[in-house]
Design a protein around this ligand. Structure first.
Ligand code: FRU
Length: 712
């Protein structure tokens, strides 16, 4: 609605402060009318005559002196009937007593910043009318201006959409969440907690931006331009709308699972329940960065197409998981009820917590009131203490064996490094520490082992751990009584961008593993993209003849669309061959023999003139991903990645999906890479050799499995 036509209710409790007077007086010169309305004795009809209500509050509220119980239902009634409410500065901290959100902002006070400050727009909300005419980062307050503020920092609202992060000078404060929107009935609430001082103005450029922003807020709250969009949806249609916002991004995957928007890290709680596969994942709804970790949720019938589901676990401001619901697993308990064991974080403590499914869709979860169910890391061990944590003690792999429950938890020991701690129990809420199942020995084993997982592959057991850098595996036999792990073979599950994997036991007896493919680009590039992280394609893990095997899950064959290349391949020194592929969504399968000393290059993501190009090179003893010219965007990694392969015969499967390359060599060695060509037409694929190479080549374009995100 045109702000100049607005009839505004200026909400007050008690006398106006000079700041409120400055704000409401300014608005009186812009809007059609501004009238004071006392919140203390608000009755339901008091707001009916106004297009929008604004509560600008620069002093903390004394809830003892002001009882919101009368105001709350009157305001709620007004909102439910389509009203609009703007809450600025301390007004934002009123969302809880006013019944708008159960989680109030956790950071409230006064501040002055050395550089101008303001807001950093979240990508999925860039077209929100509050940002009309403003840049993606804008300053509303000059340097050194003392102003009240209220914002979310370590917690997020339970329901509201976070529209922007904080900005000071050129620095992005992504963990600050000062701008939030709520839908209440058919009405809307906007909370803008920082950078809005009207009485203390010296920087006139910032003042003009601030005025524009506040008028945008008021205008968008009133009248028909209000949008239904939310990036915290509860339905398939809502998720499609979120994915649609990112659909023109040519780096978004077409057949890999990424969050609808925002941040994803580890896969969690993989479970098949009543014929449906469930994947949960570490998720931040506040934006594409690690923080305020929730459990996102997606389901599939075929392991290829995923349906977004509402968030399964959210941190509870009063609970042991206040600062995040970190990684864990899901099992069927003794009664067959799906149960999650995850790590709750609060201040400097991270401890195991339980949640039980309340429905068969696994959408409702009830946290155990006794959480945390283990109340400290084992005392007899020298468990590593760091600045962040009293004890590094997290991530769970739970299984039942011979009638007993077992779990391993990731940890680290002072002076030694990473370790996996073994527990046993009669029930999922009753655990006894048994001992260290396995601990670091090699110097590169890492200070802490995260996300340990133990799998029984039949001939041998596989223990893998994520050591802050790579995923190390140990093939061997575990002893659960005198805890220990006898290692026959050890190595890396992947030599590239692959971390914190977890596996699903399928009803046909297979172990399928997904890993987190983190971004290989700067944080500001991730913020601009609006999303971060995706899950790998599923891998089937087995042993054959005593050797460890990982190959792409057989289900992936159903993605094959156009069979673009098939037949024999023969290259000689100087041969250069372009493959008939386009669109950066394809699978290659090659079986090769080479003349000793020959190097073969597979060019990927090649722009027409070759200025952008990623190379997968088969050298004498390795497969190498050369990203030195992968992207014109200098915020992306150019680091070379290398996986050892021996001999002159090679069998390779390569999966490319927009900004990912996953290479499976000889069904054992994996190399995953993230690549970001800037050009949409950087989709050429070529083969070049400097000697004789013979074999077979198959290539398929793959179909996308997401309803949006595949428009190019
Ligand atoms: C691994 C990890 C886990 C932790 C989670 C937090 O990537 O650090 O150890 O539980 O991510 O998001």
């Amino acid at each position: 609605m045109n702000p100049h036509a607005l009839r505004v209710a200026a909400l007050t409790v008690g006398e106006w402060t000079p700041e409120q007077t400055a704000a409401y007086d300014w608005l009186a010169g812009e809007a059609a009318s501004v009238e004071a309305v006392a919140l203390d004795d608000l009755s339901p009809s008091d707001l009916a005559a106004y297009d929008v209500a604004w509560w600008h509050r620069d002093r903390p509220l004394d809830w003892e002196a002001f009882d919101p119980t009368a105001a709350a239902p009157a305001l709620t009634g007004y909102l439910e009937d389509g009203g609009g409410l703007l809450l600025t500065l301390h007004g934002l901290s009123a969302v809880e007593p006013l019944g708008i959100d159960s989680v109030p902002p956790d950071a409230v006070g006064h501040e002055s910043t050395p550089a101008p400050s303001g807001y950093l727009v979240k990508r999925v909300h860039a077209d929100h009318p509050v940002f009309e005419g403003l840049d993606d980062a804008f300053h509303t307050r000059g340097a050194d201006t003392d102003t009240a503020f209220a914002r979310y920092e370590s917690v997020v609202p339970a329901r509201g959409d976070i529209l922007a992060a904080g900005r000071v000078g050129d620095d992005s404060l992504v963990g600050h969440k000062p701008l939030v929107e709520w839908r209440v009935g058919t009405g809307r609430v906007l909370g803008a907690g920082t950078g809005l001082s009207f009485s203390n103005v010296r920087d006139y450029a910032c003042a003009a931006t601030r005025e524009r922003f506040v008028l945008n807020c008021l205008g968008s709250l009133a009248g028909p331009r209000r949008r239904a969009f939310t990036d915290r949806p509860a339905s398939g249609e809502g998720f499609r709308a979120v994915r649609e916002k990112l659909a023109t991004d040519h780096h978004r995957p077409g057949y890999h699972l990424a969050a609808p928007a925002g941040w994803l890290n580890d896969p969690n709680g993989l479970i098949e329940h009543e014929g449906t596969y469930h994947v949960f994942y570490q998720y931040n709804p506040a934006g594409p960065y690690h923080g305020a970790i929730h459990w996102g949720h997606a389901t599939s019938e075929d392991l290829l197409s995923w349906d977004d589901q509402p968030v399964a676990l959210a941190p509870d401001p009063e609970g042991p998981d206040r600062d995040g619901c970190w990684s864990g697993c899901a099992v069927h308990d003794d009664d067959g009820t799906p149960t999650i064991l995850y790590t709750g974080g609060r201040h400097r403590r991270q401890l195991p917590c339980l949640a039980t499914a309340t429905d068969d869709d696994l959408s409702g979860w009830e946290k155990d009131p006794r959480n945390p169910i283990i109340d400290a890391a084992p005392s007899g061990l020298d468990v590593l203490e760091t600045d962040d944590w009293e004890a590094e003690f997290r991530d769970h792999c739970v299984w039942k064996q011979d009638g007993r429950w077992y779990q391993i938890i990731g940890s680290g020991l002072h002076g030694t490094g990473g370790c996996a701690l073994l527990y046993e129990g009669e029930a999922l809420d009753d655990w006894r520490f048994v001992g260290v199942l396995h601990r670091a020995t090699a110097p590169d084993a890492g200070a802490v082992w995260e996300c340990p997982e133990l799998l029984d592959l039949g001939d041998a057991q596989l223990l893998h751990v994520s050591n802050y850098d790579k995923v190390r595996y140990f093939l061997g036999d575990s002893d659960l009584d005198a805890p220990g792990f006898d290692v026959h073979e050890s190595g890396l599950l992947d030599h590239g961008d692959f971390y914190a994997p977890q596996s699903l036991a399928t009803s046909d007896g297979r172990h399928l593993m997904w890993g987190w493919l983190p971004e290989a680009r700067a944080l500001d590039a991730q913020w601009e993209a609006g999303w971060s992280g995706l899950l790998s394609v599923p891998r089937e893990l087995t042993t054959e003849g005593g050797a460890f095997v990982q190959r792409p899950a057989r289900e992936l064959a159903a993605l094959r669309d156009r069979h673009a290349e098939t037949g024999d391949l023969a290259l000689t020194a100087g041969s250069h061959r372009a493959l008939d592929l386009a669109g950066n969504r394809y699978e290659l399968a090659v079986e090769l023999d080479r003349e000793p000393g020959t190097t073969l290059e597979l060019g990927l993501f090649e722009s027409p003139a070759g200025s952008e190009r990623t190379v997968l090179r088969w050298t004498e003893d390795a497969l190498v991903v050369d990203r030195s010219r992968a992207s014109h965007d200098d915020r992306t990694s150019t680091e070379e990645q290398r996986a050892p392969v021996a001999g002159d015969s090679l069998s390779v499967r390569v999966f490319v999906d927009r900004s990912t390359v996953e290479v499976f060599a000889n069904e054992a060695t994996c190399l995953t890479s993230r690549v970001y060509p800037t050009r949409v037409d950087a989709d050429g694929v070529t083969l070049t050799a400097d000697g004789r190479v013979e074999g077979t080549l198959d290539a398929w374009e793959l179909r996308g499995t997401f309803p949006a995100g595949q428009t190019q």
